[in-house]
Design a protein around this ligand. Structure first.
Ligand code: GUN
Ligand code: ZN
Length: 451
C-alpha cells in the first residue's frame, strides 16, 4: 500500500431496537435454524461505529441504558446489503432498449462511458450512484468505474466523504473497443498501479483490478493484470465471465489456444481467491469445479441476465456440496434494472423457479449479506452482526406501502416461519420504499419513507 491505512472515523454509539435478523453460516449447506440468528424483540448495540452486542431487548437494555435508543419495533433490522457487481458509469443508461450483450455494449455502453473522462460529470454521477445505493440499503459494493483514472478518483472521493466500504477500479480495455476508450497493456498497468497506491486501504476503500472481459483485453493486458495481483496480493480481480452465448463463442475465436472462457483467465493468472466473476450463466460443470477449487466468486446478477436475455444462472450447481463456489448477488446496473437488492432477490427467486429450484427467504437474505461478504473475503468485517463488525445495517418496514401493509397485517411474529414469511414478502415486493433507514458505521445516512 502506498500510504498508511486511515482507520474509519466514527464515534457513533447507540442502540437500535427491532427484530434483528442476520446469517451466521451458509443456509445452502447448514440447516436454516442454525444459519440464521434472530431476536424478535432485539437490541443491536453499536459503540464507536462497530457492533458491541446483540440480544433480546429485555436482557440487554438495562446494561446499555446510557446509550441513545432508536426504536424500530415492528421493523426488521439486517446487515447492510452487499452488491457484488455494479457499474457506476452506467447509472444514467439503465433501460437501454432492445439488444443483447455485445450489441448493447457497442450501441449504448461505450458512448456512455466516454463521458467519464470529465471529472465533473464523473463526480456528479458518483454522488447520484452512492445516494441511490444507500437509499436502497446497500452499504458495500464492488463497482466498475470507466477506463479513465479520473472516474475512479471521482467514485472514491465520493465514497470516502460518506465513510463507505467500497471496492472499485479502472477498467482495462486495450482492444475491440472504440479508440476513445482504449488503454494499452502498459498504460493500463501503470494507471492501475498508481490508483492502487493512491486509494487501496484509504479509509474503508479497496481496489479491484478490473479488466472489462476477455473480449476487450489482449493476452498481454490480462497478464499485466495478473502482475498487479502478484504485486498487491490483497487487491481484488473484478471482471465478467460467460454471460451470453454469442460472447462465449466469440471468446473462443479470439483465444483459440485456450480451452474455453474461464481458461483464458486461468492461464493468464487471474483465477484466484479474491477474483469476482460477474454472471457465469454459461459455465460448464468443469468450469464451476475450477472456480470452487480456486475459491473464486461468481456474482449472480438476475435482473441483468433477464434484461439482456443472457440466461438463467444455475445456482444449485454453484452451491453443490462437492464443489461449492462462493456466490454473491449483483445488480449489474445499467444492464440490471434496479439498484434494489430486494428487487434483485425477487428476480433471483424467479430465475430459480424457472429452473425448478426454490430460493428460500433466508437463502436470499444470505446472498445479499453474509454471502456477499464471503464473496469479497470481508466476512470478518461486514455482512453479519457479529460483535466487532462494522455497524452497517438496514431497517426494513414490512408495512412500507399500502400493498405491503395489506400483505403484512399481523404484527411481526416471533417464530422462524412467520419471520420467513414476512421477510419473503419484503424480498419479493420491496424496493427502496421498504428501506426505512440505512446506517453506515452506526450513523444514519438516509431518511426513509416511513420511519
Ligand atoms: N461484459 C463486458 N462489459 C459488460 C458490461 O458493461 N455489462 C455487462 N452486463 N456485461 C459486460
Ligand atoms: Zn457488468
Amino acid at each position: 500500500m502506498g500510504q498508511p491505512a486511515a482507520s474509519p472515523v466514527s464515534v457513533a454509539s447507540l442502540a437500535l431496537r427491532g427484530t434483528l435478523i442476520d446469517c451466521v453460516a451458509d443456509p445452502f449447506f447448514v440447516p436454516e435454524a442454525e444459519a440464521v440468528r434472530y431476536f424478535a424483540d432485539g437490541l443491536l448495540v453499536i459503540e464507536n461505529g462497530h457492533i458491541a452486542a446483540l440480544g433480546h431487548f429485555a436482557d440487554l437494555h438495562s446494561t446499555y441504558v446510557h446509550l441513545p435508543l432508536v426504536d424500530y419495533s415492528g421493523h426488521l433490522i439486517t446487515p447492510g446489503f452487499i452488491d457484488t457487481h455494479i457499474h457506476y458509469p452506467q447509472t444514467g443508461m439503465m433501460a437501454a432498449y432492445g439488444e443483447q450483450l455485445l450489441e448493447w455494449l457497442n450501441q449504448y455502453t461505450f458512448p456512455t462511458e466516454r463521458q467519464f473522462q470529465d471529472p465533473t460529470h464523473a463526480r456528479q454521477v458518483a454522488d447520484v450512484f452512492l445516494d441511490e445505493l444507500l437509499k436502497n440499503g446497500t452499504t458495500t459494493a464492488l463497482v466498475f468505474a470507466a477506463v479513465f483514472p479520473e472516474s475512479v478518483d471521482a467514485l472514491f472521493e465520493a465514497a470516502l466523504a460518506r465513510n463507505l466500504r467500497m471496492i472499485s477500479g479502472k477498467v482495462l480495455m486495450d482492444c475491440n473497443a472504440p479508440d476513445y476508450l482504449r488503454d494499452t497493456a502498459q498504460t493500463g498497468y501503470d494507471q492501475s498501479k498508481a490508483l492502487i497506491e493512491k486509494w487501496h486501504g484509504k479509509g474503508r476503500l479497496r481496489y479491484a483490478v478490473t479488466p472489462r472481459f476477455a473480449g476487450t483485453s489482449t493476452e498481454a493486458q490480462l497478464k499485466a493484470a495478473a502482475k498487479l495481483l502478484d504485486e498487491f496480493p490483497d487487491v481484488y480481480l473484478h471482471t465478467h465471465l460467460s454471460e451470453n452465448i454469442n460472447e462465449v463463442a466469440w471468446i473462443r475465436e479470439l483465444f483459440p489456444q485456450y480451452d474455453g472462457y474461464l481458461d483464458v483467465y486461468d492461464q493468464t493468472g487471474l483465477v484466484r481467491e479474491r477474483s469476482v466473476f460477474a454472471h457465469g450463466v454459461q459455465l460448464t460443470d468443469e468450469e464451476f469445479r475450477r472456480l470452487a477449487q480456486a475459491k473464486a466468486t461468481i456474482s449472480f446478477c438476475p435482473t441483468s441476465n433477464l434484461f439482456l436475455g443472457s440466461g438463467l444462472f444455475r445456482i444449485e450447481q454453484a452451491k453443490s456440496a462437492d464443489h461449492p463456489v462462493k456466490v454473491g448477488l449483483g445488480t449489474d446496473v445499467g444492464a440490471g434494472t434496479s439498484f434494489s437488492m430486494l428487487q434483485t432477490t425477487n428476480e433471483a427467486y424467479k430465475v430459480a423457479q424457472l429452473r425448478g429450484q426454490k430460493l428460500s427467504a433466508f437463502k436470499a437474505l444470505f446472498l445479499a449479506t453474509l454471502g456477499g461478504a464471503q464473496a469479497l473475503c470481508l466476512e470478518d468485517t461486514i455482512g453479519s452482526f457479529n460483535p466487532g463488525n462494522e455497524a452497517d445495517c438496514v431497517v426494513l418496514n414490512p408495512q412500507a406501502t399500502p400493498l405491503l401493509a395489506l400483505r403484512n397485517q399481523a404484527t411481526l411474529g416471533d417464530d422462524m416461519a412467520t419471520l420467513a414469511d414476512t421477510l419473503f414478502s419484503l424480498l419479493m415486493m420491496g424496493d427502496d420504499r421498504a428501506v426505512a433507514a440505512t446506517y453506515v458505521l452506526g450513523q444514519r445516512v438516509q431518511t426513509g419513507h416511513t420511519a
